[in-house]
Design a protein around this ligand. Structure first.
Ligand code: FAD
Length: 281
């Protein structure tokens, strides 16, 4: 094993069908062997997948793994959020990924909380300090931010409000992550900022995600993926190389952990972790 074994965490999205739920449990079982710190489950802003998030975290907790629901506040009332967190606490949840979220198309009511910072403050006021709160960070900067500097300032406010650590949006340029962390630390942030890692397995999906979430897909990567879009084997081999090298660079520079966006698939994440030597078969 690699001497610099980082803490691992794996992210799922909630299943929409019974078959999808079985798949999620299969992927969980395969990745649980790597002894991750936690599995997180995303949450549709506006509450569209609230039940799916709850079912998934409950099933993961039942296996003995730690599960962290994501919780978005946009479009929600104070009471709704309070009730949801109360239900999670009864379930035994100890960690929540706290987010603002984006209003789904057609929804206009922004709800009680304006930013993730407000939700962090609310959780600390209402529920004390026991929950471990993760917040989002954006090395390529959040698409709505007025400037990189204000985005960093608002990020720091989430930590100052009581967040314990952060998970980044995915990125493919390690320098943007290191610059973000350096700048945040210069501003006084001591909380770990764990890089979010997105395996590359599909051209169209990655381009669509990247165009909306503000994660930069470097031109050389985009061009190669476009070239391989009808050649799945070459695309996956190229994507595997890119992401493995990115992770090596991050590990060599002492990142506190790696958070994988699994997209509910085992192979891409397992192959990268094995290649890095941070897990055993
Ligand atoms: P915030 O931290 O509130 O920031 C949003 C924007 O407002 C930024 O541009 C920031 O610079 C600005 N801002 C913050 N505070 C202030 C202030 N006081 N005044 C003015 N501007 C301010 N989305 C989902 O719907 N479900 C999920 O499960 C989910 N999981 C995610 C997990 C991770 C690790 C990441 C990185 C993102 C995830 N997202 C998810 C996406 C996220 O909801 C969106 O990126 C959303 O647009 C911003 O959420 P946030 O919590 O980062 O917002």
């Amino acid at each position: 094993m690699n001497s610099k074994t980082p803490e691992l965490s794996f992210e799922f999205f909630p299943a929409r069908t019974p078959k999808g739920f079985d798949n999620l449990l299969d992927v969980h079982a395969a990745l649980a062997k790597f002894d991750p710190t936690f599995f997180s489950v995303t949450y549709g802003a506006g509450g569209s997948t609230q039940a799916g998030t709850f079912d998934a975290v409950k099933a993961i907790l039942d296996t003995g793994s730690d599960a962290a629901p994501h919780l978005t506040c946009v479009g929600s009332s104070r009471d709704q959020i309070k009730q949801t967190i109360g239900t999670y606490l009864e379930l035994g949840i100890k960690r929540i990924v706290v987010l603002r979220g984006d209003l789904p198309g057609g929804m206009v009511e922004r709800g009680y909380f304006k930013y993730a910072e407000d939700l962090v403050l609310f959780i600390r006021e209402e529920f004390g300090d026991d929950l471990h709160l993760e917040v989002a960070a954006y090395p390529d900067f959040h698409p709505e931010s007025a400037s990189p500097f204000t985005d960093l300032q608002y990020f720091k406010r989430k930590i100052d409000a009581g967040a314990n650590s952060a998970i980044t949006q995915y990125f493919y340029n390690a320098d943007s992550y290191f610059a973000f962390v350096d700048e945040a630390q210069r501003m006084g942030v001591e909380a770990p900022i764990v890089p979010g890692i997105m395996p590359i397995t599909n051209y169209a999906t990655l381009v669509r995600f990247s165009d909306t979430c503000g994660a930069e897909l470097p031109r050389w990567i985009r061009a190669r993926l476009e070239q391989y879009q009808n050649d799945e084997a070459s695309l996956k081999a190229f994507g595997f190389d890119v992401v493995t090298h990115l992770c090596l660079d991050l590990l060599d520079n002492g990142v506190p952990g790696l958070h994988f966006y699994t997209l509910n698939k085992t192979d891409p994440v397992r192959d990268i972790c094995l290649q890095l030597g941070i897990v055993e078969q």
